[in-house]
Design a binder for this molecule. Structure first.
Ligand SMILES: [Zn+2]
Length: 338
């Protein structure tokens, strides 16, 4: 038998590292942080073990915990003290994300990325104001007659996104991350930032964000579940891959600096396609459902949590992501630095 080719030669202990194709570093990771203006104390998020919503007064302490693990960047999500149909608290100078950003950037070295969307700020939970003719009682109460045509007013949402992004930059945000999948959102935000003198602030676009059931636990975390309907009229159809390239290309043309795919694990083909098609840094969001399912299985003793968390993040990098947003950021980073 001719066994000239024996791949096992390079799997021996002392050579494995030399031929390893992918590495995972704490500096690749971004930790999501939830700041809640409705609470005075830290509140655990039941569906995401190990994660909490923290009051504004605890935001700096929370970010310091992240930094201690070796993770250098955080993504801030806010839960406002009140909601309304337009989501006006999203761009309030004294809003929850603005206040937390001011404190975190003043007191820590964390790189602060802010999520820019309206769903946590609107009382109906959609990612922008509703179309005028649909804003009746039937709509907010989920009247079946309206349901098939419910949607967000895209161009009205763009004006709000411009305001939100500028207010975050004024508070000191290092990077702006629009997540609402509105057509033209990157252009609107770029224009707003440049107009107000924030040309240096990059935009990480949630460029290919799918309408995914894996977001379930996050909705507990951020109170962001839509009061009626779903988000399939603006987030992408999980069946579509070619459309993702078209979506992403539009964001590139509008000036996106970093391109994100969300969720990560069920969409690694999209991450790999992006890596091939574009030169921009690619980010992937390892979402709450991807986190929760591993946590639940490990609670039952069915999986080794540390091992599967590491393997998941490694696979996301191998597919082509440069940076990963993940609820495992702190645990994996701490394990990597040990
Ligand atoms: Zn949203």
């Amino acid at each position: 038998m001719d066994l000239t080719h024996r791949p096992r030669r390079l799997r021996q202990d002392r050579v494995r590292g030399l031929v390893s194709e992918t590495s995972l570093e704490p500096a690749d990771l971004i930790a999501p942080v939830f700041v809640d203006a409705t609470t005075d104390e830290r509140r655990p998020i039941e569906t995401m073990p190990g994660h909490e919503r923290v009051p504004i007064d605890e935001a700096v302490a929370r970010v310091e915990e992240v930094l201690e693990t070796g993770v250098e960047a955080v993504m801030l999500f806010g839960i406002p003290e009140s909601k309304d149909p337009e989501g006006t608290r999203a761009w309030a100078p004294d809003g929850v994300v603005q206040e937390a950003t001011r404190r975190i950037t003043a007191e820590t070295d964390a790189y602060v990325i802010t999520d820019v969307c309206l769903c946590e700020y609107t009382d109906h939970g959609h990612c922008g104001p509703l179309e005028e003719e649909l804003r009746g009682e039937d709509v907010t109460e989920g009247g079946p007659a309206c349901e098939p045509t419910l949607t967000v007013d895209n161009d009205a949402a763009l004006e709000s996104l411009d305001r939100i992004a500028v207010s975050h930059a004024e508070a000191g945000a290092d990077m702006i991350a629009p997540s609402g999948m509105m057509d033209g959102m990157v252009a609107a935000i770029r224009e707003g930032l440049d107009r107000e003198g924030f040309e240096h602030v990059p935009i990480m676009s949630y460029a290919a964000k799918y309408e995914s059931a894996f977001y379930g636990p996050f909705r507990d975390a951020a109170d962001g579940a839509p009061a009626f309907g779903d988000r399939r009229h603006y987030q992408m159809d999980p069946a579509n891959a070619r459309e993702a390239m078209r979506e992403v290309r539009l964001d590139v043309e509008q000036g996106a600096d970093v391109l994100m795919v969300k969720p990560a694990l069920p969409y690694l083909d999209i991450v790999a396609d992006l890596r091939r098609e574009f030169d921009h840094p690619v980010a992937a969001y390892n979402v709450s459902g991807e986190y929760a399912m591993l946590q639940a299985a490990s609670e039952k003793g069915w999986l080794d949590l540390e091992a599967v968390a590491h393997e998941s993040l490694l696979s996301i990098k191998r597919a082509g992501a440069d940076l990963i947003l993940t609820y495992f950021a702190e645990d994996v980073a701490a394990a990597l630095s040990n």
